[in-house]
Design a protein around this ligand. Structure first.
Ligand SMILES: O=c1[nH]c(=O)n([C@H]2C[C@H](O)[C@@H](COP(=O)(O)O)O2)cc1CO
Length: 408
């Protein structure tokens, strides 16, 4: 009889250790859910706007570049109205892309929330199942113990009666005792086996489900974090700066760019702005002379009304710097008027040297300024050319020589 009581309590402690294992798994699960929710609330992940920006930028760059590349055939004969149509198409594409991206972002967000919710639900369900199983085991064990004790008491009473009065103890009474004991033993054994089997099956199922949910949740979290990290990194690329797109669209709209393939030959003209605007008229004349040679990104340097960004522009110094560096990277050459000393022009020349872009520096010795050794000394006749001139009338020939050399 004790044997069965022991095995009953043995199965109870077994389910306890399994329950402990499940609770550990649930703790891990809860930690994962916590990570999901934390990540979902993290600023980097709340980049709906940024994601829009990056995708819009990618598509817009492609669209605008395609439009610009197609310019010689598509726009040479175009009227201003056709140009407007191109701009409208670009705007429509932007709107469509924004809507599509918004939908995608919402779907991804909902997916993440659903996964997190499912993980929480599974964790809760698993906890309930474990509690129910433990309760069932405890109840069954208690019932079995009570039944065994009661039967033992009955048997002891009957045996006591048989010993005190052999007349009261008929053989049928003895048979009844034997049968009762055998039946109780069999019933207890069957019940315990069933309980153990049920507990093992339920716990195994719960553990498997929880492990699957944990794995899925971890995979989702890793994928989301990786994707978001990649997006955030891509956002740092200058090529995806929306300022460029706005500028490109306005360039397409500018009538003088209609029919001109911007990417054919891009020229970066550098001239002093904050360093002093004394030579701005000369810059304007040189820019006019440069126009037949290609597209000039920085025509504003020759605008005598321009003295740098103003608060009304809404552009920061960083915007100016980043836009110029982007222009520089897309330029096929740099032409710099270096007579008026300018930190910005010197910096641009240095960056252009690093980017291995051919540079022509124009200097007027009669301008009353001294040229830095770092510019004059950079002259090597190929990558960097420093050429002196006295009058703007000399510049066409200097430019012709320079472009002949770099375009061949
Ligand atoms: O508003 C600006 N926009 C701009 O493109 N630049 C670039 C172009 C010029 O070649 C160069 C002039 O530099 P600086 O302002 O230090 O003289 O810097 C400079 C400024 C003002 O610093």
């Amino acid at each position: 009889m004790d044997r069965y009581i022991d095995s009953g309590s043995g199965s109870g402690s077994g389910s306890g250790s399994v329950a402990a294992t499940v609770l550990v798994v649930l703790a891990v699960e809860a930690a994962v859910v916590l990570v999901v929710l934390t990540v979902a609330a993290a600023p980097e992940v709340l980049v709906v706007v940024e994601v829009n920006k990056v995708v819009v930028a990618v598509v817009l760059v492609a669209v605008v570049e395609a439009v610009v590349e197609a310019a010689p055939t598509a726009l040479v004969e175009a009227t201003a109205a056709t140009t407007e149509v191109v701009v409208v198409v670009v705007v429509v594409v932007v709107v469509v892309v924004v809507v599509v991206v918004a939908v995608v972002v919402v779907v991804v967000a909902v997916f993440v929330v659903v996964v997190a919710a499912a993980a929480v639900a599974v964790a809760a369900a698993a906890a309930v199942v474990v509690v129910v199983v433990v309760v069932v085991v405890v109840v069954v064990v208690v019932v079995v113990v009570v039944v065994v004790v009661v039967v033992a008491v009955v048997v002891v009473v009957i045996i006591a009666q048989c010993s005190s009065s052999s007349s009261d103890c008929s053989s049928s009474s003895r048979s009844v005792v034997v049968v009762v004991v055998v039946v109780v033993v069999v019933v207890v054994k069957v019940v315990l086996v069933v309980v153990v089997v049920v507990v093992v099956v339920v716990v195994v199922v719960v553990v498997v489900v929880v492990v699957v949910v944990v794995v899925v949740t971890v995979v989702v979290v890793v994928v989301v974090v990786v994707v978001v990290t990649v997006i955030v990194e891509i956002l740092n690329l200058e090529i995806l700066d929306l300022y460029a797109l706005v500028e490109w669209v306005s360039l397409i709209k500018t009538s003088e760019n209609v029919g001109k393939k911007m990417s054919e030959f891009n020229i970066y003209f550098a001239g002093s702005i904050k360093g002093g605007r004394q030579d701005v008229d000369i810059y304007a004349q040189i820019i006019e002379l440069l126009k037949p040679h290609g597209h000039i990104f920085t025509e504003f340097v020759g605008d005598k009304n321009y003295n740098g960004p103003t608060p009304a522009d809404g552009r920061t110094d960083k915007d100016v710097h980043d836009t110029d560096i982007r222009y520089l990277k897309r330029s096929h050459c740099v032409v710099a008027e270096v007579t008026q000393t300018s930190m910005g022009v010197g910096y641009e020349i240095g960056r252009a040297v690093a980017l291995e872009i051919p540079i022509l520096c124009l200097f007027r010795p009669n301008g009353g300024k001294a040229l830095s050794c770092m510019i004059r000394g950079a002259h090597d006749g190929s990558a960097v050319s420093v050429v002196d001139y006295s009058e703007v009338s000399e510049v066409p020939n200097i430019l012709a020589d320079f472009f002949k050399k770099i375009k061949k």
